[in-house]
Design a protein around this ligand. Structure first.
Ligand SMILES: *Cc1c(COP(=O)(O)O)cnc(C)c1O
Length: 353
């Protein structure tokens, strides 16, 4: 049984190449592909090998737990996006690991336990996640000891709160702080700046090497190159009122119950309740009638051109999906389209062809 990601490899790789080329300015070292978590649905191993084939010199992972695999699958540098902490129990010290450090006391502590280690200093942005305050930059530089700084890093929000220029202005002010500091690096790693913003920043600060760190737009930038198909494993005719599944829910109409590959272990979840949960909307839903009013949730499986309803919440490996009698339901062994959130999806198989 299979919940499979099909990749049109030629198209997918061409899209990746376009993103890489768009970020490449005057033969600089360019983009750092981010390979973290579930590997954006592909798995981190597959992506690390793709990155190696692309010829990039550095990849970024999310956590120290992800470092050992990355070192095995990729021969260049591995940047860790989660900041180093003195209490980290899984820290990997290796010449190819680039740590991220965002507190003055952590700079001093890392210099103590791993003199010679390579790192980027991170500045705190409007993200308010991690990083040094601008006023701490000088103290951080003073605490470096024998550590080797390979760059400065900033991570910006995905959406701008202020004017359209907000991101660029924030990046610029850090670029200015970096230029004014006594930090011996001219490399600025940025997250979530657009290629246009990067171009503008590069032209305003030609002495800096701007290196974007990008995951989603590299690996999932061309969703048309990807399709997810799930096999129909079983099929039962059901009558209105017939009870099915773990929860023994009554079926709302006559129809067909499909057992389809793809459950919680694959990242198939019950759709979050839509904004229709308020009293007024609930009233509207009841007025509309239909399967939503019967308490069913919309599944991500598409059959005969429409998303169909879960008969009950997804199981670990399969989902029970109700198809009304007037719709031509697929046969056992057929496959159906599924919409997935790639950052939480796990596939039984990935076919690159
Ligand atoms: C996850 C992450 C990225 C990559 O984010 P995408 O939206 O997947 O491109 C870049 N920088 C940092 C610090 C991150 O945590």
């Amino acid at each position: 049984m299979s919940f499979t990601l099909h990749v049109d490899a030629v198209r997918w790789r061409a899209g990746i190449r376009r993103v890489l080329d768009a970020s490449q300015h005057e033969g600089g070292p360019g983009l750092v592909p981010v390979i973290k978590g579930n590997g954006y649905g592909f798995g981190r191993g597959l992506l690390a090998r793709e990155a190696a084939a692309l010829g990039v010199d550095t990849i970024a992972v999310g956590t120290y737990a992800e470092v050992p695999d990355a070192l095995a699958d990729f021969t260049g540098d591995v940047m860790v996006l989660t900041p180093w902490r003195p209490f980290g129990s899984d820290v990997v010290l290796d010449d190819r690991v680039v740590h991220t450090v965002g507190r003055v006391e952590d700079v001093a502590a890392l210099a103590e336990v791993a003199p010679g280690a390579r790192l980027v200093l991170e500045g705190e942005t409007s993200m308010s996640r991690h990083g040094l305050d601008r006023h701490e930059l000088a103290a951080a530089v003073a605490a470096l000891g024998d550590l080797q700084v390979v760059g400065f890093a900033i991570h910006l929000p995905l959406v701008g709160a202020g004017p359209a220029e907000g991101h660029l202005r924030e990046a610029e002010s850090w670029a200015a702080a970096l230029t004014a500091s006594r930090l011996e690096t001219s490399t600025l790693f940025v997250s979530h700046l657009t290629p246009t913003e990067i171009g503008q920043l590069s032209s305003r600060r030609p002495q800096l090497t701007i290196r974007p760190r990008v995951g989603t737009d590299v690996w999932l930038g061309d969703l048309g190159a990807l399709s997810v198909r799930a096999e129909v494993l079983d099929r039962h005719t059901v009558g209105r009122g017939e009870r099915v599944g773990y929860r023994q829910r009554a079926m709302p109409r006559d129809g067909v119950l499909l057992v389809i590959a793809g459950g919680t272990s694959h990242g198939v979840g019950l759709e979050a309740p839509r904004s229709g949960s308020g009293v007024l909307n609930r009233g509207k839903t009841l007025a509309k009638g239909g399967l939503e009013a019967a308490g069913l949730a919309l599944s991500p499986f598409t059959i005969a051109g429409k998303q169909r309803w879960f008969a009950e919440p997804p199981h670990m490996h399969v989902s029970l999906v109700f198809v009304p009698a007037d719709v031509a339901a697929p046969a056992i062994g057929d496959t159906v389209d599924v919409a997935v959130r790639y950052t939480i999806a796990t596939f039984d198989r990935i076919d690159l062809d």
